[in-house]
Design a binder for this molecule. Structure first.
Ligand code: PEP
Length: 264
């Protein structure tokens, strides 16, 4: 069984000096965590300095996006080749990229395949908008996003990726409505059922499924208790080292008590 994982998505926040200070604080406050993987995803500008600071610590580094071509005339983009030496993970298909930058499911699939081909583990974000939820389309939309995102992967590759269910309506900056743990758990079950149908039971068991959407210190324990989910993708609260540390500790404490049910 893989370790559970808590990932901080810093989005377009912090200058390089501010990022350096936050990394220093996290290194100290998380030094004793051993049962939970921890990842921070700063902006591209901060990745190089963060990679040096984090060397030899228990905190790993991720990017927030990548483009699916190795090099060339793609102004403003960054390639998996450029990232591969610095990051282990990359967030792909975040709702903010889908909504603000027109990323569609096909682009997400290409990015996922390209990350995997370069040894970067994709954290694939899938989620329903408030409109889709109100229209009763949540499951259909999320499953369709997932199926397309996985299009170019093999069974063993799917086993190693991370899928983050992030209901757009529950993300703090988009209204921050509450997604109850029981509802996140239902979606995680549907996600594993689809993975099982497409890639087999082993992939469905091995793949890590996270919840993301307004996770913070005060509600982390509730999300950490969700059976068959493997961690959290945290946005706003990850910018506060104290809050992020408490979230990680909530997951770490319950590290061995989840994933008791079968995946089907
Ligand atoms: C996110 O944007 O990935 C996210 C989960 O944000 P927040 O925790 O702020 O809702």
């Amino acid at each position: 069984m893989k370790k559970r994982i808590v990932i901080g998505n810093w989005k377009m926040n912090l200058t390089v000096p501010e990022s350096t200070i936050l990394v220093e604080k996290l290194i100290k406050s998380l030094a004793r965590v051993s049962n939970t993987e921890m990842v921070i995803c700063p902006t591209f500008l901060d990745i190089y300095s963060a990679s040096k600071e984090l060397r030899g610590t228990n905190i790993l580094l991720g990017a927030q996006n990548l483009f699916f071509v190795d090099e060339g005339a793609y102004t403003g983009e960054i390639s998996p080749v450029q990232l591969a030496n610095f990051v282990k993970y990359c967030i792909i298909g975040h709702s903010e990229r889908r909504i603000n930058f027109g990323e569609n499911d096909k682009m997400v699939a290409n990015k996922v395949a390209s990350a995997v081909a370069h040894g970067i583990t994709p954290i694939i974000c899938i989620g329903d908008t408030l409109h889709e939820k109100r229209d009763g389309l949540s499951k259909v939309v999320v499953m369709s996003q997932l199926e397309t995102a996985l299009s170019y992967l093999t069974e063993s590759e799917v086993s190693d990726i991370i899928i983050a269910y992030e209901p757009v309506w529950a993300i703090s900056t988009s209204g921050g409505m509450v997604c109850e743990p029981v509802d996140a758990e239902k979606m995680a079950k549907d996600i594993r059922s689809l993975v099982s149908a497409l890639y087999g039971k082993k992939a469905a068991t091995d793949v890590r499924v996270l919840y993301g959407g307004s996770v913070k210190d005060s509600n982390a324990e509730g999300y950490a208790k969700i059976k068959n989910m493997d961690g959290a993708l945290v946005g706003a609260a990850s910018l506060d080292y104290n809050n992020f540390t408490k979230i990680v500790i909530a997951y770490d404490k319950l590290a061995s008590s989840t994933r008791k049910e079968s995946t089907k």
